[in-house]
Design a protein around this ligand. Structure first.
Ligand SMILES: NC(=O)c1ccc[n+]([C@@H]2O[C@H](COP(=O)([O-])OP(=O)(O)OC[C@H]3O[C@@H](n4cnc5c(N)ncnc54)[C@H](OP(=O)(O)O)[C@@H]3O)[C@@H](O)[C@H]2O)c1
Length: 341
């Protein structure tokens, strides 16, 4: 295994206003760190790009600490061990971690999880079998409490979280209705993922289209986007509806607060809305990995990846999440995947 002496990483130069641009980041070369006693050095293969990264670039009050100016952007990674002074890890091991936007990282390894290099594909540790899949699993099952026969609507339905929400809803005997931003995405959601229906919120007259698609109303709305989609969904809720409030991506780059929805239907329909952060549910990880690995193996869970090559392309690629041009779990291939050659 060749190890060069320098590595690249992407640092936060300044806090973006609105959509992040190239001037908000610095691509720098630094020496690859030494490997102290008890530590493990790995090379990044895949870097996950996720909407929460926009929040970490801001110092507005949040549930998580912001990235400091001059520090690498954080992010989940899949890497290969290249040198180890820790008996738990050997060169060649493939691991999932949280190494951020850089080509190499060193640590004691307590933050690493070893992956099977044979199957499933190692990149699934960033999507269907990673943080987004876990978000779908606990958000729908623990908060949404789906019951067979209910109607579950999920926004950003072709994306990393939404695609899994609808499939788990179906596995639980629910009717799954997606909301997505193009006819192509809607066709994928229905034809490939097996949702019962999908409504393109950009096609016009969204509320009427959704009402026609949900003749029995909406029992669970898995909220990923906020904004106009949320306003329309609220008016179609059933009695005792539940709303796992997972994300509000329509607001993440807003420079002015979005006009709020009318919350009156929540009162009248005795609906339950609950915000959640996936890291609150760590104790559910073994259940998530057991169930979703089984469903994946059985072909009951499908996923799609949108892979961009080159660490230097991470800042521009991140924007795909906010204009909807990503189609599936957005991942940067930082170095060749040795398990897919
Ligand atoms: N609470 C938690 O712990 C947690 C954990 C993970 C993710 N999340 C949240 O889950 C949501 C989905 O994340 P993901 O990783 O699965 O991303 P993703 O769905 O793979 O990609 C983001 C998608 O959001 C949609 N979108 C972007 N701007 C929008 C807008 N203004 N209005 C409506 N839709 C818009 C786009 O799809 P269309 O083309 O269909 O519009 C885009 O493809 C995000 O809000 C994220 O912050 C929360």
């Amino acid at each position: 295994m060749t190890v060069t002496s320098m590595m690249r990483q992407i640092l936060l130069r300044r806090r973006p206003v609105g959509l992040p641009g190239p001037d908000d980041f610095d691509l720098v070369e630094t020496p690859i760190p030494d490997v102290p006693d008890g530590e493990v050095l790995r090379r990044t293969i895949y870097l996950s790009l996720d909407p929460y990264m926009r929040g970490r670039m801001s110092d507005a009050p949040s549930y998580a600490t912001p990235v400091a100016i001059g520090q690498p952007i954080v992010g989940h990674t899949v890497s290969q061990v290249v040198a180890s002074n820790n008996p738990e890890f050997a060169p060649g091991d493939v691991v999932a971690g949280y190494d951020g936007w850089r080509e190499y990282a060193v640590s004691k390894g307590t933050d690493l999880r070893k992956l099977n290099p044979v199957a499933p594909p190692i990149s699934t540790a960033l999507g269907v079998l990673g943080m987004p899949g876990m978000t779908a699993y606990v958000g729908l099952l623990d908060i949404g409490q789906p019951k067979a026969g209910e109607t579950v609507v999920v926004s950003a339905a072709s994306g990393a979280v939404g695609s899994i929400v609808g499939q788990i809803a179906r596995i639980n005997g629910c009717r799954a209705v997606g909301v997505a931003g193009s006819a192509e995405k809607c066709a994928y959601v229905v034809d490939e993922l097996g949702f019962d229906a999908c409504v393109n919120y950009k096609a016009g007259d969204f509320r009427a289209q959704l009402a026609a698609t949900c003749p029995n109303g909406i029992d669970i709305y898995f909220e990923n986007v906020g904004g106009a989609v949320f306003r329309a969904v609220l008016t179609l809720l059933n009695q005792n509806a539940r709303i796992p409030l997972c994300g509000l991506i329509a607001d993440y780059n807003a420079t002015e607060p979005e006009r709020g929805p009318n919350l009156r239907p929540l009162l009248v329909k005795r609906a339950m809305i609950k915000g959640f952060i996936v890291s609150d549910y760590r104790e559910r990880t073994p259940d998530f990995l057991r169930d979703c690995s089984t469903w994946l193996f059985e072909g009951r869970l499908k996923y799609r990846e949108d892979i961009v090559d080159g660490l230097e392309n991470a800042p521009a690629a991140l924007l795909k999440l906010f204009d909807g041009t990503n189609f599936g779990k957005l991942i940067v291939r930082v170095s060749p995947d040795p398990t897919r050659q």
